[in-house]
Ligand binder design. Structure first.
Ligand code: URA
Length: 188
């Protein structure tokens, strides 16, 4: 398997799909490289494209606040990545073909991090990683185990910025994530 550095170098030079033509930066991922918790968004927005760092815009600020409620942070104990590493123009949803071209990077990142829990941020990540028919409004907060990894999805922070009425249920989902992490830690 590739090392982190090999993977990063390959990803930073990627031309596997058309998003490479419009990107300013590849947004590889950030956080603890051996974290128990991995968070997966859909793809970079404008600020992320300009900085090369995931979740640094308004949604990122909210994400960091949400994580701090349950004692998680990118600096200390989680890893944050996206389904696609380059910004889709005008923040449109990443196409299936773009996701297919990029997903191998996330797979290798997951093999390197070896998370115990993966939290999908929003519909696109949940459909790709949990179930193609995933309905975020009905299924957020549910848990499934895949290849020994506990997986769940919550509303994307951008959705929570647009619609504050979704925040109370997301708060419950966050508490359940903290509980799941505690259970896992209690078992080892
Ligand atoms: N939205 C995402 O899904 N990912 C980012 O990195 C930023 C915004």
């Amino acid at each position: 398997m590739q090392t982190w550095e090999e993977l990063r170098q390959e990803c930073l030079a990627c031309t596997r799909c058309g998003l490479c033509e419009t990107r300013h930066n590849v947004v590889f991922g950030i956080g603890k490289e051996d974290a128990d918790v991995m968070l997966v968004g859909e793809g970079p927005g404008e600020q992320e494209d300009l900085s090369g760092i995931p979740f640094v815009g308004p949604a990122g600020k909210l994400l960091d606040d949400m994580l701090s409620i349950i004692d998680l942070s990118r600096e200390e104990n989680c890893y944050i990545a996206n389904i696609v590493k380059c910004r889709p123009p005008r923040n449109r949803d990443p196409l299936e073909t773009e996701q297919d071209a990029c997903i191998g990077y996330l797979r290798t990142q997951t093999m390197l991090v070896k998370p115990k829990v993966i939290v999908c941020l929003g519909r696109i990540a949940a459909k790709r990683l949990i179930d193609p028919d995933y309905r975020i409004s009905r299924q957020h907060g549910q848990w499934v185990q895949k290849n020994g990894i506990w997986m769940t999805a919550i509303y994307h922070p951008s959705a929570l910025l647009r619609d504050v009425s979704k925040r109370p249920e997301t708060f419950e989902d966050l508490l359940a994530i903290r509980e799941k992490i505690r259970e896992i830690h209690a078992k080892v």
